[in-house]
Design a protein around this ligand. Sequence first.
Ligand code: ATR
Length: 282
Amino acid sequence: MTDIFDFSPTVDEYAVMGNPIGHSKSPLIHAQFARQTKQAINYTAIHVDLGGFEQAVGNFVASGGKGLNITVPFKQEAWALAEARSERAERAGAVNTLIFKDKKIIGDNTDGVGLVRDLLDNKKLELQDRQILLMGAGGAARGVLLPLLNQQPARLTIVNRTAEKAKDLADSFSDMGRVTGCGYDALAGQSFDLIINATAASLQGEMPPLPEGVIASGGACYDMMYGSEPTAFMRWCQAQGAERVYDGLGMLVEQAAESFYLWRGVRPQTNEVIETLRHEIK
Ligand code: ATR
């Protein structure tokens, strides 16, 4: 006898794991991608206790889960847990996307490509042969370095409050392109076509000590953070006369789209999702 429930469509399970996770927009984004591309998936947010990451991933896999996004503070643990990693994840030292395939845990990092897609496709900025300044030398900066350098900027300068960290980070990517590291005081007299804020300063409402005149004429400014209001960095850039000042909402949606593509083999449209989210966070 055939059970009628045999005919119910199977829904593949995905989730984002983090701590905290309550404010994650990922379930909303992936639900829109799924509707748009007619993919039968369910995507939830899972709060994971510190120290409980590996166990939580194991439980998710055992219950048939197909893939995970990983956010703060577990991206490095996810990197260590992955049995195979893409080059961009390898170099980032962090994994934000896990794929469970053929009993194997595969790790990728879509943050950098998400940033680059937002800059190129949505903001229509040029990166090749441009002077780019990346602020910060922590995990967020490291995560986007390889995809940025792949765009072959004239030079990518990493600036950090602790200059040594910027220099070390630049050294570890020097085989990938023209990249140098320095402290904020070394920026005096220099100007950049694009300034990207990858510091945690926006979280505290603080503004890193950028000197006046650091934005080249016609230059653009991008904060990897987003919120209902412009960040301190965005306000400073506007006050400096920059016309193109952006937050990181587009990057958030683009990194999600790349994860969705890795899992499902289908590339969702991002513009309408960015629009919806923009309303949502107001
Ligand atoms: P994340 O994973 O978000 O990158 P992180 O690894 O702790 O977090 O790195 C935080 C980055 O923001 C660092 O580059 C930090 O500078 P230091 O290495 O000198 O600490 C930078 N940062 C944090 N607050 C800042 C502030 N108020 N002004 C400038 N840089 C700041």
